[in-house]
Design a protein. Structure first.
Lengths: 198, 229
């Protein structure tokens, strides 16, 4: 066991979970109940717990501009219709569902606007520009390039599985597909990444 | 190229292992397998690397801005209107179009009335009678008996439009009726009303419905106005 690789994310973005993720889900339910009862500080904790994940999902979905505005709109919509959250999925999955719907609405509106105007030069840029960032070393740079090669759906599924640790069932709800399709997308994405890395 | 382990079930659980989402029993089983499988060790290392890249490239969001935009507790249940940029633009267009239509109808009727002060035929906009607002500075319209010097139109219905209700929208974009309706200021409209008030003959019966003829320049932007009356 001494050679076993270190496991567990240890990341500090507030999304660490206990066994099966149940502890986090319970905490979200408690915060929602407290907010409904009038405790506005509960909203602060909920936003802090989930805003980074929503921003990551926005980037994974190809959003280049106004990521913060999209995240804000997602929370506004979620808190405005919090009674619609029945706990059938996790709170974060529910947020992803809302965010994806808002993203699709935004894309439809942008497409209508673009159809009326001439193609702007910056529209020709790749939709993966949002991942362009200074990376610490060459390995990370190659991993970044590998993820960029994924199709939009593969990238969404891959990000939700690897960065957020969502189950295939939760991923299916978030992106509007089936559990089986989510599993296929994930493994296809993994194959693309491995082929690129060689 | 990295090879795939043939144990698909274990491969499926590697991200769960990474996020500590396995039960104690599952975790032990996966770790035992990974210990003996180079492909799974490589894949797990790859997952850790990708996870690191995705986390580090997360754009920062200002949570204070988000919190200030949230509804208050107790305001949930009413889905807030998050107007898309296209929706905001469409509503603005409708408001501008409505304002143009009202100005076109009101100004057109006044313009026609003022031109016909010397002619016999009176052509008010059917269904519209303009009365001065109570606080208007206009002189009150003299009431004289009908001398039958004019033809009057019979309207099917009457809608009282108070002078003060005539919109003056200086931001309304040009409609193609330059020099006529849209450019009439409030003072000019009041002057027109004063002229109307000084007309000798005042119709005492409702005017007949007629069709307002506007010139071709205006027709494209005010088409359908007669139907509105």
């Amino acid at each position: 066991m001494s050679d076993a690789p270190r496991v567990g994310t240890g990341h500090g973005d507030g999304s660490g979970r206990g066994r099966g993720g149940g502890g986090d889900e319970q905490r979200d339910l408690e915060l929602i109940a407290r907010w409904k009862a009038g405790d506005e500080r509960a909203a602060t904790e909920l936003v802090e717990r989930h805003s980074s994940a929503l921003a990551r999902f926005a980037v994974a979905s190809g959003e280049r501009n106004d990521v913060e505005e999209l995240v804000q709109d997602t929370f506004v919509r979620a808190f405005g219709s919090i009674d619609g959250f029945r706990g059938e999925s996790t709170f974060r999955t529910w947020l992803f569902t809302i965010e994806r719907r808002l993203l699709l609405d935004r894309r439809r509106a942008d497409k209508r606007r673009r159809d009326k105007n001439e193609l702007q030069e910056d529209d020709a840029a790749t939709e993966y520009d949002a991942l362009d960032s200074v990376v610490a070393d060459e390995t990370q740079a190659r991993l970044q390039q590998a993820v960029k090669r994924l199709s939009p759906t593969q990238r969404e599924v891959f990000t939700l599985r690897v960065a957020e640790g969502l189950s295939y069932k939760e991923i299916a709800k978030a992106v509007g597909t089936t559990e089986g399709a989510a599993r296929v997308h994930y493994h296809n994405a993994m194959r693309v990444v491995k082929e690129f890395l060689g | 190229m990295m090879n795939d382990c043939r144990n698909a079930e274990i491969r499926d659980q590697l991200p769960d292992l990474l996020h500590d989402r396995l039960t104690a029993g599952e975790r032990a089983a996966v770790l035992a397998h990974v210990d003996d499988c180079a492909e799974c060790r490589d894949e797990l290392e790859l997952l850790r690397g990708v996870h690191q890249v995705l986390i580090s490239s997360t754009p920062r969001v200002n949570t204070l801005n988000i919190l200030s935009a949230l509804p208050k507790p107790g305001e949930s249940g009413v889905v807030p209107m998050i107007q898309s940029r296209a929706t905001r633009s469409r509503w603005a267009d409708w408001r501008i179009a409505a304002a143009i239509t009202v100005i076109a109808v009101g100004g057109g009727s006044l313009a026609l009335l003022s031109r016909s002060t010397q002619s016999v035929a009176v052509a008010p906009v059917p269904g519209v009678r303009v009365t001065p607002a109570p606080d208007s500075q206009l002189a009150p319209a003299p009431v004289t008996p009908l001398t039958a010097t004019r033809e009057v139109a019979q309207a099917e219905s009457v809608t009282d439009v108070r002078e003060a209700d005539l919109p003056v929208d200086e931001d309304t974009p040009e409609t193609g009726m330059e020099g006529r309706l849209n450019n009439l200021s409030e003072q000019q409209l009041k002057a027109l009303l004063k002229d109307i008030g000084q007309m000798k003959a005042v119709p005492i019966t409702e005017p007949d419905p007629i069709t307002i003829k506007v010139d071709s320049k205006a027709s494209s932007s005010t088409s359908g106005d007669t139907e509105m009356l």
